[in-house]
Design a protein around this ligand. Structure first.
Ligand code: PXL
Length: 276
C-alpha cells in the first residue's frame, strides 16, 4: 500500500488582497508555500493597487471575516497565525474573538498602517483596536520603525517620538511577547532589525542595504517567521531564518511594472536561471 503523503503545517493568514501579488494576502500565500507550509487565507479587505501605490480599498463585513476563519479552522488544524492588513475595527474584533479560542498557537502580527508610498491603510480607531484586542494575543509583532513610532507614541504625553527601544518596551507592555523592529526606513548605511523580549534587546541583525524600493517586504518577513514557527522552530531561530529568507527574496527581487520591485519568494526554485 502506498504511504500517505505527509501534510505540511498549515498557517492561517488574515490579510487584504493585492492584485500585483507583491504584498498582502498574495505575498503571504507565496511565502508560506515557498517555505513548505499549507497557506490558509482569510480575506479582510480588497485593494485596488499597482506596483506604484494603493488607489482604493473596500473592507469585508466582519461576519464574512469570522465565517471564513471559523469554517476552515473547524476543518484543518493550524500551526501558526499571521495577521496583516485588517481593514476595519469590526474585523479586528472578529479576528480577536476567533483567535482567542486558540491561545497556544503562535501569532505573528504585521501591523500594516500604510503602503510603501504612504497611502493610509489604517485609521486611528483601527490602531487603538489592534493595540487593545490583538497585541495581548500576539507572540511577535513586526513593525517597521515608522509603524513602531506610530503605535507607541502617546500624542498627549510625548513631545517627540520615543526611541525605538522605548517603542519596543511600550509594545511589550501592551501584552505581546516579542517585538521585531525593522530598520529599512532609517537613514543608516545598513538595515538593522532588532528583536526585543521581556528582558529587553535580544539581538540586532544588520544587512547590507539593497538598492531597490520593495513592495511586500514586511508581509514576506512576517509570513516567513510564521512558517518557521509552524515548522517547530523556536522564536529566535524562526526570526533569524525569516530574516535570511526575506533578504534573499529581496536580493532576487524583480520589477514587473513601473513601480516598486517585488520580492522573489521562489528565488531558490529559479536559482539556475539566476546563475546562468
Ligand atoms: O506591505 C503592506 C501591505 C499589506 N497588505 C496590503 C497592502 C500593503 C502595502 O501596500 O497593499 C494589501
Amino acid at each position: 500500500m502506498a504511504m500517505p503523503i505527509a501534510v505540511p503545517p498549515a498557517v492561517l493568514t488574515f490579510a487584504a488582497t493585492d492584485p500585483t501579488g507583491g504584498a498582502g494576502l498574495q505575498a503571504d500565500v507565496l511565502t508560506l508555500a515557498a517555505l513548505g507550509c499549507q497557506p490558509l487565507s482569510v480575506v479582510t479587505a480588497v485593494t485596488v493597487q499597482d506596483t506604484v501605490g494603493v488607489e482604493d480599498f473596500t473592507t469585508l463585513e466582519a461576519e464574512w471575516v469570522m465565517d471564513q476563519a471559523r469554517c476552515v479552522l473547524e476543518d484543518i488544524p493550524v500551526a501558526a497565525f499571521k495577521i496583516g492588513m485588517l481593514g476595519s475595527v469590526e474585523a479586528v474584533m472578529a479576528i480577536a474573538e476567533v483567535i482567542s479560542d486558540y491561545p497556544d498557537i503562535p501569532l505573528v502580527l504585521d501591523p500594516v498602517l500604510a503602503s510603501g508610498r504612504g497611502d493610509e491603510l489604517a485609521t486611528e480607531n483601527l490602531i487603538e483596536a489592534m493595540k487593545d484586542m490583538l497585541l495581548p494575543q500576539t507572540t511577535l509583532i513586526t513593525p517597521n520603525s515608522l509603524e513602531a513610532r506610530r503605535l507607541a507614541t502617546d500624542e498627549g504625553l510625548d513631545a517627540e517620538p520615543p526611541g525605538l527601544e522605548e517603542c519596543a518596551e511600550r509594545l511589550l507592555e501592551l501584552g505581546c511577547e516579542f517585538v521585531l523592529i525593522t530598520g529599512a526606513h532609517e537613514q543608516t548605511a545598513q538595515v538593522a532589525n532588532s528583536l526585543y523580549g521581556p528582558e529587553g534587546l535580544i539581538q540586532t541583525l544588520a544587512w547590507d542595504r539593497l538598492p531597490g524600493s520593495y513592495h511586500g517586504s514586511g508581509c514576506t518577513l512576517a509570513s516567513a517567521i510564521a512558517a518557521f514557527l509552524a515548522q517547530g522552530a523556536d522564536l529566535l531561530e524562526a526570526v533569524k531564518r525569516g530574516q535570511e529568507f526575506t533578504y534573499q527574496a529581496l536580493k532576487n527581487a524583480y520589477r514587473p511594472g513601473m513601480g516598486q520591485h517585488l520580492p522573489d519568494r521562489f528565488y531558490w526554485a529559479r536559482a539556475s536561471d539566476h546563475d546562468a
